[in-house]
Ligand binder design. Structure first.
Ligand code: PMP
Length: 403
């Protein structure tokens, strides 16, 4: 028995993957040519597999703020939020996020992963608390449950009925109940029925924890997410998000009207035992938040681009995972087809995300395309041309014959 036997399956999958061409999980952006273009292996490609929904990674205001922070505050904080790693900027962005979202408090973590890990594990504890988790939740929500050590009960994806059943069956000795869902799900781009989830959770005396990592900046009149789009901001108990998508930096946060959120600062291990985001990261995210608050046209552009791609794709006959939205995922029949299709798109100048089991819901093999407000008409044309050629060359991947 070797320590490394467990890697055999991964090694054979990896070999199979390399046999199909490039390594989809080892792409290196050799040079960035703006938010939506990069040089990969010497060739310029359109980036259509990022989380840069609003396309703000190269904005002057954020770059200048980050440069100033570097010069004035240094390259890193060298400490956790709990110790020496809280600077004025960390406090400032907490207040700005709380105000933007309409919550009384906000706690910033080093990443979105750590925000979910830290908040869930601090809020829920065995033996009297329980977590109810949407089955398609992101790994960091699952890991938060594991770190908490509390009983975790999964319910069917996006099914308030399934949640209702599980809450009804709980032992009366359970006192604390936390329901965890996401706004828009990153892989398929489908959106949670948040209103129904709020109703079911609150009916059973449970708290709702909503991760809007992908929907922040994207959904809602002001970009506050799916909860805003559904008019529910004041009913969400805990709202989590990240700086690594529409805010174009690194960091994460949890906001709430429950004053007890403040205790996370003394009880959350991922808050207390890791270094805080660097001053430059914080300054960039703060400037980008201001930009998002002031410019609704970004969202209009994003949605207009998403609708354009979506309507062009309707002719192609792929199996789409969700209705129109900024994530357009195509389900392929198997891993092998997905590897080849991903390589085909790269040959045609388009980078998308390849996602395969076991990392995907329902063991699906998908190509995840994400649309951005920064995609130009030319970028969109290149994407549509590449997918049109894909449909012509991969008839086995289609559910209907192209028109
Ligand atoms: N939540 C969800 C739903 C995510 O998809 C991700 C990352 N993709 C995160 C949280 C973690 O965000 P971060 O990159 O800031 O760690």
């Amino acid at each position: 028995m070797s320590l490394f036997d467990k890697f055999e399956k991964t090694a054979s999958l990896y070999k199979e993957l390399l046999g199909a061409g490039r390594d989809p999980f080892g792409v290196s952006m050799e040079e960035m040519k703006g938010p939506m273009r990069a040089i990969v292996k010497g060739k310029e490609i359109v980036l259509a597999g990022t989380n840069n929904y609003l396309g703000l990674t190269f904005e002057d205001d954020a770059i200048n703020a980050a440069k100033r922070a570097l010069e004035e505050q240094g390259t890193g904080t060298t400490g956790s939020r709990f110790a020496n790693g809280t600077y004025a900027g960390h406090r400032e962005i907490e207040s700005a996020l709380a105000e933007f979202l309409g919550f009384s408090n906000c706690v910033v973590f080093s990443t979105g992963y750590q925000a979910n890990l830290g908040a869930i594990a601090a809020l829920v504890q065995p033996p009297n608390d329980v977590i109810l988790l949407d089955a398609d939740s992101h790994a960091c929500l699952y890991d938060g449950c594991q770190l908490s050590g509390a009983q975790t009960i999964r319910f069917h994806h996006n099914s308030p009925e399934s949640l209702d059943k599980r809450l009804s069956r709980l032992d009366p000795s359970i006192t604390g109940k936390l329901v965890c869902i996401e706004g828009m799900y990153s892989m398929f781009g489908d959106v949670a029925p948040v209103k129904e989830f709020v109703e079911v959770a609150h009916k059973h005396g449970a708290y709702l924890y909503l991760d809007e990592a992908h929907s922040f900046g994207v959904y809602g009149e002001n970009g506050r997410g799916v909860a805003e789009a559904e008019g529910l901001m004041d009913q969400v108990d805990f709202y989590s998000g990240t700086f690594s998508k529409s805010l174009c930096s690194i960091g994460g946060f949890v906001a709430s009207n429950h004053p007890e959120l403040e205790y996370l600062r003394f009880s959350s291990r991922p808050y207390m035992f890791t270094a805080s985001p660097s001053p430059a990261n914080i300054a960039a995210a703060t400037a980008t938040l201001k930009h998002i608050s002031a410019d609704a046209s970004l969202r209009e552009r994003l949605w207009s681009n998403a609708k354009r791609i979506h309507s062009a794709f309707q002719q192609l006959g792929f199996d789409y995972c969700a209705p129109v939205g900024p994530v357009i995922a195509v389900r392929l029949p198997d891993k092998q087809t997905a590897f080849l299709a991903w390589n085909f798109l790269m040959d045609n100048g388009v980078y998308v995300n390849l996602a395969i089991p076991p990392g995907t819901p329902n063991a699906a093999s998908i190509l995840r395309l994400s649309v951005s407000a920064a995609h130009t008409t030319k970028d969109l044309d290149i994407i549509v041309q590449a997918y049109t050629a894909l449909a012509e060359n991969f008839q086995s991947a289609l559910v209907t014959t192209p028109a």
